[in-house]
Design a protein around this ligand. Structure first.
Ligand SMILES: C[S@@+](CC[C@H](N)C(=O)[O-])C[C@H]1O[C@@H](n2cnc3c(N)ncnc32)[C@H](O)[C@@H]1O
Length: 284
């Protein structure tokens, strides 16, 4: 399957190649919304503190995974390898795999993240909905802010369940609509007859609300263990992203981001971290 067109990634890669220092600081490693412990930073400090916010989201997600020494971790939609980098810097003896559909991103990750201590790192170009990995082979699967781009959440949950060992954990973060918005988006998409695609962010599917996540995960053999709503701790990022797009002269991207921001500030679109586990089969 070819990588989906994600215009924002094309722009980010172009600016990184051109040596844009502000973009390198903000999105050269993690490419996600971050977690602001103080959700009301000043506009000036927001840009300064963004890299710490980005790392804080990663750490929060890794806390949910309850990692143990020697475990194997797959990060799907791994971007430039920021999450793998954080794992590699802070744990020893992990078998790490970063997977992305976009070979350009994997190439950058491979260059920037070198295994340290007793860690191993493998980089794979593949679709998260068709994992080229053995059944029951992993302890943890991570999907940091990428599942809304996937061709099918169901196919991904099925694949995550397959590759996890019994007792393994799946931790993902996603923009999750409130129920009325989810229903509206489902109706609009069926009238349209085609998936939504945004001029800035590419194909984005936000039709799964919390209830649907829980029921579909169960259907695919995963149990929802934890659900953290961190929306308020992500809101300062909108101003940072709008500013960066404005500095690139990308006015339509500023407007697209402002629209998503409005839905988030109204509370219609929530940022959630969901943790699932694959049950250990009951004995005979
Ligand atoms: C917002 S970025 C998140 C990147 C990374 N998880 C991070 O936190 O820095 C979304 C990522 O999903 C990747 N992606 C989109 N569709 C994919 C698919 N079907 N399989 C694997 N990766 C995919 C994109 O290439 C991009 O790297």
């Amino acid at each position: 399957m070819p990588a989906p067109a994600l215009p924002y990634f094309d722009q980010v890669l172009q600016r990184l190649e051109a040596g844009d220092p502000q973009l390198e600081r903000c999105f050269g490693n993690h490419v996600h919304w971050g977690y602001w412990k103080d959700p009301h930073p000043s506009e000036l400090s927001a840009i300064q503190e963004f890299p710490q916010a980005a790392e804080a989201l990663t750490r929060l997600m890794l806390d949910q995974a309850h990692l143990q020494a020697g475990e194997s971790v797959l990060d799907v939609g791994c971007g430039f390898g920021g999450t793998i980098d954080s794992l590699n810097q802070n744990w020893d003896g992990l078998a790490l795999t970063g997977l992305n559909l976009d070979a350009r991103q994997i190439e950058r990750a491979r260059q920037f993240v070198q295994p340290r201590a007793a860690n191993t790192i493998e980089w794979i170009v593949a679709d998260a909905c068709a994992l080229p990995l053995a059944t029951d082979s992993l302890d943890v699967v991570l999907a940091v802010e990428c599942i809304f781009h996937f061709p099918s959440r169901q196919a991904f949950l099925q694949e995550a369940q397959r590759v996890l060992r019994p007792g393994g954990r799946l931790v993902l973060s996603d923009f999750v609509p409130c129920r009325p918005l989810a229903i509206l988006l489902r109706v609009l998409q069926s009238l349209r007859g085609a998936p939504f695609s945004n001029g800035t962010y590419g194909p984005v599917d936000c039709r799964w609300d919390q209830r649907r996540y829980a029921s579909q995960a169960k259907r695919h053999g995963l149990e929802l263990r934890n659900d953290l709503d961190i929306t308020v701790h992500t809101l300062p990022t909108y101003a940072v992203v709008r500013k960066l797009f404005a500095a690139m002269g990308a006015e339509s991207a500023v407007r697209d981001t402002a629209r998503i921001e409005q839905l988030s500030r109204w509370g219609w679109l929530r940022y959630r971290i969901l943790t699932f586990s694959k049950p250990i089969a009951a004995g005979p």
